[in-house]
Write a protein that binds this ligand. Sequence first.
Ligand code: ADP
Ligand code: MG
Length: 315
Amino acid sequence: AVTPPHPTIRVRPLTCTETRRGDQQVVHSLGDGAVHVSAARHDATFGFSAVFDAGSSQEAVFEGSGMRQLVELAIDGFSCTVFAFGQTGSGKTYTLMGPLAQTVPRVQLPVLLQSQGRLVSGGERWAEDAARLGQGCWGVMQSILPPAGSQRRRTSAHALNRHSSRSHALLTVHIRTRSRAVSAHLLLGRAGGPGLGAGVSGCPSKQGTLCFVDLAGSERVKETGSTGELSVEANSINRSLLALGHCISLLANPRGKRTHIPYRDSKLTRLLARSLGGSGITLMVACISPSSHCLSETLSTLHYASRARRVTTRP
Ligand code: ADP
Ligand code: MG
């Protein structure tokens, strides 16, 4: 069994609204993966493999959280998933997509592929579009992803976040790597390896996936001031997150190895079944706000992340 990288914690900076309101900063990174939460009646320290505080850049998170490693594993034929979770407004979308102006996740995939001298096959549609637009894979992602994904995603404004994501968003990139010269060692020795098979042209190929999951935030209807349709949405978001939390608890329970995991309880857990408990490699990024106002949600995210830490998969 291989343990997936432990959850990474990202603490965003206080927003202008929080600063104006005079919120206290109650979350502090102590270094070495320790994060300290201190408020009037709370004083707790949690340990993780990495904690990124308000001053951390996107690059630092990409490099230090294991995301780069995950991209490399996907190129090597593994099924990889990175998912961001946390309260609404905690910085999940920002972490996966970058500042609002940017519409593509910061995977630096083409750069990485080029630097490793590998061949990229983006699937027929991508290949066609790439030819038509005279662009590489990166350009195609920029031209296809916004209309196909981000713009279809429901967002609306409420009290906690002006661009709150009102649905979970999943983006899966299928990566097929074809090597021109492959040694007999690779052919014989790793025939049963991850996603290794004969390519269309007779060249052996490896097929991996890289899946980005930007979960809609959990929210307390009372705090966001959602009513009507919005509160129905909030409830169904919360229901699927609850199902996810339930699966994670069962997977994290060492005695529960033979327990039935209710992946079918929600569409979300059904889609994530492979990433969570199967043959995938999963990296979780728990996003939290440093504000005293978000204290209880922050504590519940940190507890959730601590549980997720104990889940193992067999890639
Ligand atoms: P979520 O997706 O968790 O609901 P967002 O990613 O939309 O939250 O972030 C909420 C707000 O905080 C946005 O205005 C975003 O630009 C800002 N923000 C989040 N993380 C950071 C960060 N690390 N640095 C600067 N601003 C951030
Ligand atoms: Mg979001």
